[in-house]
Design a protein around this ligand. Structure first.
Ligand SMILES: Cc1ncc(COP(=O)(O)O)c(C=O)c1O
Length: 311
């Protein structure tokens, strides 16, 4: 059960149990909502939100792609999130802003439906488990292919699009795996259900390019930057399915999951079946970045506690 005390909703702080929507909310019926998944970490400088402005910029881009004009600026959403964290008294948490077409209009033309915005936060542990982060997860290539740009918008983080991830996730879990890897519409490796993917082959880190129907992950950008700073070669190129099986290392990155090694794909053992050296090195640098110990203090948005939230 996820829970905290207050939720920010359309400019007000409301009690967790009072944050409700009407059953005819447009977004509930047609998936017309855009959202973000963000994390706040308990750093030496205090609670700090990892790449907060990058996430809020992506929220704005997702909204634009669905013809939604957000009624709040990025700066307003940022300040609201800071205050919410302070008021809930959480040092580390998951943050879920969502902008959705609200109540008042049914039918497929959403343009006259209001746009409501909520931000919820709650303590949330490692999405694929602490064990997954430590020992690696088992993944299955899904029979569901990732949405593509002829039908939906891979660049957008929009609610309705996640039915695709939900189907792939259900399939993998029912088959006894931890996670699914989806291929794009050309049959190349795309990503996990909520994570970007990388393989290591002959010392080179490979990851599918932005044009391979991936979500342009914030952590993907961080991983690429950190890997290059550590002296690794990183290539953004299409990856064939079989390259997963013969890779020395496979890993996933995402806000909820963080940096997770993959130890098996479709029952093929990856490398020695334990997280490899490149994965371990990247995990170390990534953890440092999340907690503001690395070379990028600008990635940590330290929560500024507003006076009125201190009382
Ligand atoms: C489909 C999908 N791909 C990739 C990611 C990773 O993105 P990020 O690193 O911004 O969390 C996510 C998570 O938001 C996702 O939902």
């Amino acid at each position: 059960m996820i829970e905290s005390e207050l939720i920010w909703h359309n400019g007000e702080f409301v009690a967790w149990e009072d944050a409700k929507v009407h059953v005819l909310t447009h977004g509930l019926h047609y998936g017309t909502a855009v959202f973000e998944g963000i994390r706040c970490y308990d750093t030496e400088r205090g609670p700090a939100i990892f790449r907060h402005l990058d996430h809020l910029a992506r929220l704005e881009r997702s909204a634009k792609l669905y013809y939604m004009e957000l009624p709040y600026t990025v700066e307003q959403l940022r300040a609201a999130t800071h205050e919410l964290i302070a008021r809930n008294g959480l040092a580390s948490c998951y943050i879920r802003p969502i902008a959705y077409r609200g109540y008042g209009q049914m039918g497929l033309n959403p343009l006259d439906a209001p746009i409501d915005v909520s931000i919820a936060i709650w303590p949330w542990g490692a999405y694929l488990g602490e064990e997954g982060i430590r020992d690696g997860v088992r993944a299955k290539v899904s029979s569901w292919e990732r949405i593509n740009s002829r039908s939906l918008i891979p660049h957008a983080k929009a609610s309705g699009q996640y039915l695709n991830s939900v189907l792939a996730k259900i399939e993998s879990v029912k088959a006894g795996y931890d996670e699914a890897i989806v291929l794009d519409d050309r049959g190349f490796v795309c990503e996990g259900t909520g994570e970007n993917i990388y393989i290591v082959r002959d010392g080179v880190i490979l990851t599918p390019p932005e044009t391979a129907s991936i979500l342009d992950g914030i952590n993907r950008r961080s991983v690429i930057t950190l890997a290059r700073e550590l002296g690794h070669e990183v290539l953004e190129r299409d990856i064939a399915r079989a390259e997963l099986y013969i890779a020395d290392e496979v890993l996933l990155s995402g806000t909820a999951a963080e940096l997770v090694p993959v130890r098996e794909v479709d029952d093929h053992t990856i490398g020695a079946g334990i997280p490899g050296p490149v994965t371990r090195e990247l995990q170390g640098a990534f953890q440092d970045a999340l907690y503001g110990r690395g070379r990028h203090p600008e990635w940590n948005d330290v929560v500024a506690v507003p006076e009125r939230a201190k009382a």
